[in-house]
Design a protein around this ligand. Structure first.
Ligand code: DAH
Length: 332
């Protein structure tokens, strides 16, 4: 009988262990421990045994029942935990949304152009520098050899901002003041480009903006010549615009360069686009920047980015650059 109880226990534990769901476990519990179970049948038969036998068999039956109940309890814990996990998995909210027609947008055309030009000039050994958009008179004009009442200042009508009394600042009219800031802050040799926003008091039309962009280049080293200037301009135009483009320099006047020139770009169809100004850095400017013009020489150039960007893109009106029209923006 003891053997029989052992067997029932072993089988019962196996049966309980095999339950895959809580419902299975309820059925197994009933079959193994319930009223109609074999174990219970043996218990009911205890009355027909001698007292000695009853004690031994009774103890074995109790032990078997306890072991089986413990097995049921353990299995119930296990199944409850895994059921909860499965429920939690099933109820998890996926908060991500994937839209097939998602539009990631892109950088503004001017920013694209600035980044491209920076790459080209960095490839030629230049660093990229920046300067303030609100300038003082010294950096924007005086240090660049525009004396106080010189008519050359009239070429760059701008916005002055009074700070009270004699003090006033100016929205920079060009990126050239950063030439001065570079000379003040570092020793030559200097090879730098400066992209940035510039401001002039302009009536806005298809070819003029009051807020526009320029890029400035400044090179100061020993033995720098006009040839270096012409070669650098021609090189970057061919890389930026394409091999079908050519450049030319025409004599011009800027207070901060001597000699000075304007440079034009020839499109493959033969027409010319006036792009910017350039020249050899004026000795007064070098001196204002604390650089000895007998030991060093340099060239500078500066040109508008807005017209360059619209020309390359075939956009007829500069004002489109600040247009919020999505139909336009999607094309560039
Ligand atoms: N700053 C001038 C302008 O805005 C352009 C310019 C001319 C820049 C000659 C230069 C330069 O660096 O050398 O019209």
């Amino acid at each position: 009988m003891i053997d029989e109880i052992q067997r029932l226990e072993t089988d019962g534990v196996a049966r309980i262990g095999a339950a895959a769901t809580l419902d299975d476990l309820v059925a197994a519990d009933r079959d193994v421990l319930g009223k109609k179970s074999a174990l219970n049948g043996l218990k009911r038969g205890l009355g027909g045994l001698s007292e000695d036998e009853r004690r031994t068999v009774g103890a074995a039956l109790n032990a078997a029942q306890q072991a089986l109940r413990a097995a049921v309890a353990a299995k119930r814990d296990e199944l409850t935990a895994s059921t909860r996990l499965a429920e939690a998995e099933a109820e998890r909210l996926d908060l991500t949304e994937v839209r097939a027609d998602r539009d990631a947008g892109h950088l503004a055309l001017i920013t694209q152009v600035i980044e491209e030009l920076e790459d080209i000039f960095v490839g030629m050994g230049f660093i990229v520098a920046e300067g303030p958009e609100v300038e003082d008179d010294w950096h924007n004009f005086t240090a660049l050899n525009f004396p106080r009442h010189h008519p050359a200042r009239d070429l760059q009508d701008t916005f002055f901002v009074g700070l009270g009394g004699e003090r006033e600042v100016v929205m920079r009219t060009h990126t050239s003041p950063v030439q001065m800031r570079l000379m003040e802050s570092q020793e030559p040799p200097i090879y730098a480009v400066v992209p940035g926003r510039t401001y002039r008091n302009e009536a806005t039309d298809a070819t003029h903006l009051a807020v526009f962009h320029q890029i400035e280049a400044l090179v100061i080293d020993r033995g720098i010549t006009f040839g270096h200037l012409a070669g650098t301009i021609d090189r970057f135009i061919k890389v930026f615009m394409g091999p079908g483009y050519a450049t030319r320099l025409r004599p011009a006047y800027f207070p901060f360069t001597e000699p000075s020139a304007e440079f034009d770009v020839q499109r493959p169809d033969g027409t010319w686009l006036e792009l910017g100004g350039c020249g050899m850095v004026h000795p007064n400017v070098l001196r204002n920047g604390g650089i000895d013009p007998e030991a060093w020489s340099g060239f500078a150039f500066g040109f508008g980015l807005d017209r360059l960007a619209t020309t390359r893109q075939g956009i007829p009106d500069l004002r489109e650059l600040t247009s919020p029209d999505i139909r336009f923006l999607q094309q560039i």
